[in-house]
Design a protein around this ligand. Sequence first.
Ligand SMILES: Cc1cc2nc3c(=O)[nH]c(=O)nc-3n(C[C@H](O)[C@H](O)[C@H](O)COP(=O)(O)OP(=O)(O)OC[C@H]3O[C@@H](n4cnc5c(N)ncnc54)[C@H](O)[C@@H]3O)c2cc1C
Ligand SMILES: NC(=O)c1ccc[n+]([C@@H]2O[C@H](COP(=O)([O-])OP(=O)(O)OC[C@H]3O[C@@H](n4cnc5c(N)ncnc54)[C@H](O)[C@@H]3O)[C@@H](O)[C@H]2O)c1
Length: 464
Amino acid sequence: MSDYSCDALIIGSGQAGNPLAKALAEAGQTVILVEEAHLGGSCLNYGCVPTKTMLASAERMHQVCTADALGIRLGGVAQVDMPAVVARKDALLEKSRRGLRESLAPKHDNITVLHGQAAFVAPRKVRVQETATQTSEITAKQVFINTGTRAAIPDVPGLADVDYLTTTELLDVQEVPEHLLILGGGYIGLEFGQMFRRFGSRVTIIDTGSQVLEREDDDVCECLQTSLEADGIEFFLDAKARHVSRSAAGQLTITLDTKHGERRLHGTHLLVATGRQPNSDQLNLAVTGIKTDEKGYIQVDSRLQTNVRGVYALGDVHGGPQFTHLSYDDFRVVRDNLLHQGPRRSAKQRPLPYCVFTDPQLGRIGLSETQAKDAGVAYRVAKIPLHILSRAQHTGQHTGFWKVLVGADDRILGAALLGPEAGDIMTILQVAMAGRLRYQQLQNMVIAHPIWAEGLNVVWRDLK
Ligand SMILES: Cc1cc2nc3c(=O)[nH]c(=O)nc-3n(C[C@H](O)[C@H](O)[C@H](O)COP(=O)(O)OP(=O)(O)OC[C@H]3O[C@@H](n4cnc5c(N)ncnc54)[C@H](O)[C@@H]3O)c2cc1C
Ligand SMILES: NC(=O)c1ccc[n+]([C@@H]2O[C@H](COP(=O)([O-])OP(=O)(O)OC[C@H]3O[C@@H](n4cnc5c(N)ncnc54)[C@H](O)[C@@H]3O)[C@@H](O)[C@H]2O)c1
């Protein structure tokens, strides 16, 4: 058994933990970072980075397959080399992990990285099982929990007996699945569904809800679903999986309860993408008195401190929207409040931009129409179909729309943009919101022709 003591113990090498380790070390603190898997957490190893890297391959495949419409004759049949797609992704992950590893312990004398699962033995004391025979105990002045989430597996009879996949396994698949069934039509279901459809799989998405992306406005969900159906993806909504089985010949069967009665779907692979659950259950929080909600998300205040003084929780493990950029902002909140002079920084009331990497891409910021209605906020809607924009006509990318909500004072309340580069255009609107610009300033701004952002001159044309 090794004993350590330090100023700061960080559990989990997630999107907040890594920059925090460096910032605290640079401020002269001794830091121990404990990680049970790869450095870099889910974004780097199993989430955003591998997904978006492989989506780039799927997008290229789609461009190749639709090149004919732009007058390009390729000849022959385009084929996906799945091992090469996965190897390209793995090479990027390895490079990123190496970069991160080098930026931590070797670069900073006062950062120690330990590999193993951490569990509390007292409020500011943690035990780490590094190997079967090597255990360490760490006592720290402050503890930062950044342990993220893992796939939540629904309680469907038979599911535990079939070799279902989560995104982690699907990102390593060596052959294109013949027929991919996906439980869950959220971010992961849609991004992975379209990716594998474009690699050549038949794809069926099943969701208990009545629309895909449960939190978005109806017109957004309908447009996205229609586009994905045009790609050949089948949807079963309002459908509850009652039983899952796999035959001796390897065929998967899911029995569904739907509004139209029982349906049986057959496939070769099953991706479970029904949301996430927090990695707080292995931390032995009971000995600390740290409060969680009923799902296990750690309760924090606006400065991300738990109810136990000196213990903080950052990133997905404290609940709320789960995005890399929010976890990274949690790092800024803790860093600024602990290390910097100046006004206190809060994790509440911050902007929530996000992007769904489908085609058409969804860029979202601020209030949706549904949220504005529910909150009783006075708003007007500016909405245009994408096909009226010059750029859409030049590129042949017509599918989608831009919708912007404007308040009584002519300032922007929120936006939902569906189309190419929607996330980047959304960010321009986010900047306009931060600068409290009135919509007329965008309407009358000189914008280079003919880029997508030129739509920011046009989108207001029917604003009532
Ligand atoms: C497939 C997929 C795609 C995604 N795509 C996007 C995207 O495009 N954009 C976006 O913004 N977000 C995306 N996300 C979400 C994003 O990955 C997460 O919001 C983000 O990684 C959360 O970071 P975090 O700091 O909370 O912790 P994480 O990055 O989850 O890291 C937590 C770390 O803690 C470690 N750990 C857990 N328990 C222990 C323990 N007891 N002891 C030691 N170590 C422990 C884990 O091994 C892990 O490395 C995606 C997620 C998934 C699954
Ligand atoms: N582009 C991005 O930023 C991005 C991409 C992927 C993941 N993520 C993050 O990862 C998180 C997890 O993604 P996710 O897609 O797993 O979750 P999600 O919460 O986005 O969607 C889960 C979906 O599963 C459905 N569902 C729940 N139980 C079900 C069941 N038993 N059978 C069928 N459907 C069921 C829900 O109705 C919902 O539509 C997201 O909340 C997001 O924060 C972000």
